[in-house]
Design a binder for this molecule. Structure first.
Ligand SMILES: *Cc1c(COP(=O)(O)O)cnc(C)c1O
Length: 492
C-alpha cells in the first residue's frame, strides 16, 4: 500500500467511512442470516473451525482488503445475538441502535478523558451527565449537582491510607464543582472503586460485610485492595437478612462497609434497603449498594418503589449496559459525598500540570483510575436525551411485563416449576421432577443446537434455568416458543 489507509476523522473521514459502513452493515446482515438463530450451531468446536477459516493468517505478510467484510461476517455468524428473543441467558442487553450509532461517533472523534486537551466537549458532557445521573440516584438530598464545569477535586486532607509510588500530592486546595458520579467500565469496576473510596475514608482495616447473594466482584475487589477477609451475611430468602447483618455489625470490630444488592444477578432480588441503611447508620458503617441490574428501575415510576432507601447509600453502582440498553461499556458509580472523590486526585505533569489547572484547564485524572479513557458518556447522553425518562421507563416496564408473562406461562404449565414471581425481569424455572443433571443438559443441548440461550442458577440447593428478559421487542409467542423448546428438549 503506497498511501496510508484513510482516517476516520478529519475532512476525508465521512467519505472514507461511508463505504466501510456499508460493508459492515452488509457483513452483519449476511452473518446473522447464516446463523439463523440466537447462537451459532455446533458448539465450541464448530465455532472455532469457522472462525479459523474466516481469519486465516492473523498477520499476513500482505494485507487483505476484504478482512473487514470477512471478519465482521464471521463474528456475526458466530455471535450470541441479544436481539434474538430466545437469547435470554445473561444481563446481556440488545443495544439500542441509536446508542451504537453514537458509539461510532465516539470512536471516530476518539476523545480521551484523561486530559481536557484530548476532548474538551466530551469532558464537559461527562460532567453534565454524571451530575444528572447522581441526581437520579440521590435526589436533591444527594451530592452536589453541578450542571457546569467538569473538575476533579483536589484532596481536602491526606487520605488515611496512602499508596506509595504515586506523584507526591501538591498542597491541598479546596474542591471546585466536584463530580458526584464516575463513568466506569461496568459493575465490577464500580464495585472496586466503591471499596477503594471506603478504604480511603476508613482506613485499610475496613471490613467488607456483604450478603451471601452479593455479586462475586465485591469479595474479589476486597482481595484486590488488600482488605480484611469479607464477612458473608446469610441471605436465606435470597436477600440479605437484616437480623444477621445487625448481629455481624455488633460482633465484629469495625470499621465496616456494608454492600447491599439491588437486583441480584441470579434472581433479580432487591435487599431491604431501608432496614439495611438504618442498621448502617446505627452502627456507623458505610453503605454501598450494588444496583448494577436494579438501578434501571429508577427510570420507571411504576417500578421505582423497591429502590426506596437507595439514596441513603454512600456509593451506588449502576450498569447502563444492562437495564439501559447500551453497548458495553456503560458503568456508573454514583457517590453521595463528592468530597469522597478527592482521594482519586492524581497528578502527571503532562496531563494536569499545576499551572495548567490553576490557569483553568479542567483536571480529569481524578475521575478514574484509568488513563486513556473512551467517552462512553456520549452514547449514554444520546440515549437519555432521545428517550427521556418516560422512554427509558417504558423500556423497563416492557421487559418487566415480558418476565411476568413468562412466569405466568411457567406457573400455569403442569410440566414446569417456577422459582418465584419475578422482581425485575429475570425468571428462574425448571422442568418439574427433572434432576439437576437434566436441567443442565437441556440448557447445553439448546446452546449446542443454537436454538435458545438460557442461563443457569443454583438456588436453594437446586439447579434452575434462568431467562433474563432485556429485549423490549420480545412478543408473547416468543415466550411460548421458548418454553416449548425447553419442554421438547429435556431429557428423561
Ligand atoms: C452484572 C453485575 C455486576 C458486574 O457488572 P459488569 O458490568 O459485568 O462488570 C455487578 N453486580 C451485579 C449485581 C451485577 O448484576
Amino acid at each position: 500500500m503506497s498511501t496510508p489507509p484513510s482516517l476516520a476523522s478529519g475532512p476525508e473521514g465521512p467519505r472514507a467511512l461511508r463505504p466501510l459502513l456499508d460493508t459492515v452493515l452488509r457483513a452483519l446482515d449476511e452473518g446473522a442470516r447464516a446463523r439463523g438463530g440466537p447462537l451459532p450451531s455446533g458448539g465450541p468446536d464448530a465455532v472455532a473451525a469457522r472462525m479459523r477459516d474466516a481469519v486465516g493468517d492473523v498477520l499476513p505478510d500482505q494485507g487483505d482488503p476484504h478482512a473487514l467484510h470477512s471478519l465482521v461476517r464471521a463474528l456475526a455468524e458466530n455471535a450470541a445475538d441479544p436481539a434474538d428473543p430466545l437469547c435470554t441467558a445473561h444481563l446481556h442487553c440488545p443495544p439500542l441502535a441509536l446508542a451504537t450509532a453514537a458509539d461510532l461517533a465516539a470512536s471516530t472523534l476518539n476523545p480521551s478523558l484523561d486530559s481536557w486537551d484530548q476532548g474538551p466537549g466530551a469532558a464537559e458532557l461527562e460532567a453534565l451527565v454524571t451530575g444528572a445521573l447522581a441526581g437520579e440516584v440521590f435526589g436533591d438530598g444527594g451530592g452536589e449537582r453541578r450542571r457546569t464545569a467538569p473538575v476533579t477535586p483536589a484532596p481536602q486532607a491526606a487520605p488515611p491510607h496512602t499508596t506509595t509510588g504515586t506523584t507526591p500530592t501538591p498542597a491541598p486546595t479546596p474542591p471546585r464543582n466536584p463530580p458526584s458520579a464516575l463513568i466506569t467500565t461496568g459493575g465490577t469496576e464500580s464495585n472496586q472503586l466503591a471499596l477503594l473510596l471506603a478504604r480511603e475514608a476508613h482506613g485499610a482495616g475496613v471490613r467488607l460485610v456483604h450478603g451471601a447473594n452479593a455479586h462475586h466482584s465485591l469479595p474479589r475487589a476486597a482481595w484486590l485492595l488488600g482488605l480484611p477477609e469479607p464477612v458473608v451475611v446469610p441471605a436465606p430468602a435470597g436477600v440479605l437478612d437484616p437480623a444477621c447483618l445487625d448481629e455481624a455489625l455488633r460482633q465484629l470490630p469495625g470499621p465496616h462497609i456494608v454492600a447491599a444488592t439491588a437486583g441480584t444477578t441470579d434472581a433479580g432480588l432487591i435487599d431491604p434497603l431501608p432496614e439495611i441503611a438504618a442498621l448502617c447508620a446505627a452502627h456507623g458503617a458505610r453503605l454501598h449498594v450494588d444496583a448494577a441490574y436494579g438501578g434501571g428501575l429508577l427510570f420507571s415510576d411504576r417500578h421505582r418503589a423497591p429502590l426506596t432507601g437507595l439514596d441513603a447509600a454512600d456509593t451506588v453502582t449502576l450498569d447502563l449496559h444492562k437495564l439501559g440498553w447500551q453497548p458495553v461499556a456503560a458503568g456508573v458509580l454514583a457517590v453521595r459525598d463528592p468530597g469522597d472523590l478527592a482521594v482519586l486526585h492524581h497528578r502527571a505533569d503532562y496531563l494536569n500540570a499545576d499551572d495548567d489547572t490553576e490557569a483553568g484547564l479542567p483536571d480529569l485524572l481524578g475521575r478514574s483510575l484509568r488513563t486513556s479513557r473512551r467517552p462512553d458518556v456520549l452514547k449514554i447522553a444520546v440515549t437519555l436525551g432521545t428517550l427521556g425518562r418516560s422512554g427509558l421507563g417504558r423500556l423497563v416496564e416492557q421487559v418487566c411485563e415480558r418476565a411476568a408473562e413468562f412466569a405466568a406461562l411457567v406457573h400455569d404449565h403442569p410440566g414446569f416449576e417456577l422459582y418465584d414471581p419475578p422482581t425485575i425481569s429475570t425468571v428462574l424455572f425448571r422442568p418439574a421432577h427433572a434432576t439437576d443433571a437434566a436441567v443442565a443438559a437441556v440448557r447445553r443441548r439448546l446452546l449446542t443446537d443454537g436454538r435458545a440461550v438460557l442461563g443457569r442458577a443454583r438456588l436453594d440447593g437446586r439447579l434452575w434455568l434462568k431467562a433474563t428478559f432485556l429485549n423490549p421487542h420480545t412478543r408473547p409467542d416468543d415466550l411460548a416458543a421458548l418454553l416449548k423448546l425447553v419442554e421438547g428438549n429435556t431429557p428423561g
